[in-house]
Write a protein that binds this ligand. Structure first.
Ligand code: CU
Length: 389
């Protein structure tokens, strides 16, 4: 039995013998084929390496390498009517595992309500409250929004939802005269917490009168279960009379242009989240606040005195930051704030631009009841006269 080495001369022997009148030549095709194969191998290895690096870069969150996904409306199954809530309540979490058609019935009402003790204001509202009704849908849902402008309204209105991909967020498509109804259809492609507002010209005036609210597009994977969810939205208001001046106060255009609000409040009025209206939780509970800022002008420095945010989904996005003290919420923006309560007592929600809190109304309370937990807080452990040592 011959070895491979022994066979080599046999192969060579089969080639035709070179003619005596021509010089010996290198075989014409041998070397180029080897080169081609080598080059192809190098190209394949390089391509595989590039693809691997791309995958690693996007998976590791490398700088400027986040993927830009293709989002398409999925097939939908069935339909349902959205549960809408007034602040500070939030519709219950969606447990559906598929996309559906969601019908949202939203009625615009212009109405005079309390802005502070003894002070009233004619608000323009989505659903009769400031902020407007909270809408909760699931990523991929097809939303059919029925926008009704009450026959008693003085002016046309519309809705721009920041959750919409399309012209004006749906504003032009929904401009509705008093006593009429418009129907808008869109697919909630991107998960997140989005502001909606009226954008009928002048949009700044409609927003200044309280025409905003929020829509949560719940990620299709769902959200971390929590014990309590609340809806809080800041807004700034501009009145002819100074803070606290009693009576029905008209809108002051010049103060709005100058960004000098008389009132900065949570949920449409001074004291809407204090006293009997304080949010109520127990120690050891997990709390999620859906916080929005309608503006029209101010950015909120949202802070809860006596608590640390375990998670903040800044700007209503889907990526969490941890251990945050104060989060910035722009006008027309939002944040999802989550924490676990350890200590009984009052937590105080404020805009930490503190004159807004203590001179213009931006204060809300959360009453925490129950036993103190985890040794988080011992309170004052001694008190006595100051002594020089
Ligand atoms: Cu409007």
């Amino acid at each position: 039995m011959s070895t491979l080495l022994e066979q080599e001369p046999v192969t060579t022997a089969r080639r035709p013998a070179p003619r005596r009148d021509t010089p010996p030549r290198t075989p014409r095709h041998g070397l180029p084929w080897v080169l081609l194969i080598l080059l192809a191998a190098v190209a394949v290895i390089a391509a595989l390496g590039w693809a691997a690096r791309e995958r690693a870069a996007s998976a590791s969150g490398a700088a400027f390498r986040a993927p830009i996904p293709v989002r398409q409306a999925p097939a939908i199954r069935g339909e349902e009517i959205a549960e809408l809530t007034t602040p500070p309540n939030v519709p219950k979490p969606i447990t559906r595992t598929y996309a559906t058609k969601v019908i949202v019935n939203l009625e615009i009402v212009e109405k005079t309500m309390r802005l502070a003790d003894g002070v009233s204001y004619t608000f323009w509202t989505f659903g009769g409250s400031v902020p407007g009704r909270f809408i909760r849908v699931r990523e991929g849902d097809q939303v059919e929004l029925h926008l009704k402008n009450h026959p008693g309204s003085m002016v046309p209105h519309n809705i721009d939802l920041h959750a919409v991909t399309g012209p004006g967020g749906g504003a032009e498509a929904t401009t509705t005269m008093p006593g009429h109804e418009s129907v808008l259809r869109f697919t909630a492609l991107n998960p997140g917490l989005y502001v909606y507002h009226c954008a009928f010209a002048p949009a700044s005036l409609h927003v200044a009168n309280g025409m905003y609210g929020m829509i949560l597009v719940q990620p299709k994977e769902g959200m971390t279960p929590v014990d309590r969810e609340f809806y809080v939205m800041q807004g700034d208001f501009y009145t002819k009379g100074a803070y606290g001046q009693p009576g029905l106060q008209p809108f002051d255009l010049q103060k709005a242009v100058d960004e000098r609000p008389d009132y900065v409040v949570f949920n449409g009025a001074v004291g809407s989240l204090t006293g009997d209206h304080a949010l109520k939780v127990r120690t050891g509970e997990t709390v999620r606040l859906f916080v929005g800022n309608g503006g029209p002008n101010l950015t909120s420095s949202f802070h809860v005195i006596g608590e640390i945010f375990d998670n903040v989904y800044a700007e209503g996005s889907t990526v969490a930051q941890h251990n945050v003290q104060t989060t910035s919420i722009p006008a027309g923006g939002s944040a999802i704030v989550e924490f676990r309560t350890e200590t009984p007592g009052k937590l105080v929600m404020v805009d930490h631009a503190l004159f807004r809190a203590f001179s213009k109304g931006a204060v809300g309370l959360m009453q925490v009841d129950g036993e103190p937990l985890h040794g988080a807080f011992a309170g004052r452990i001694s008190e006595g006269p100051f002594t020089q040592k």
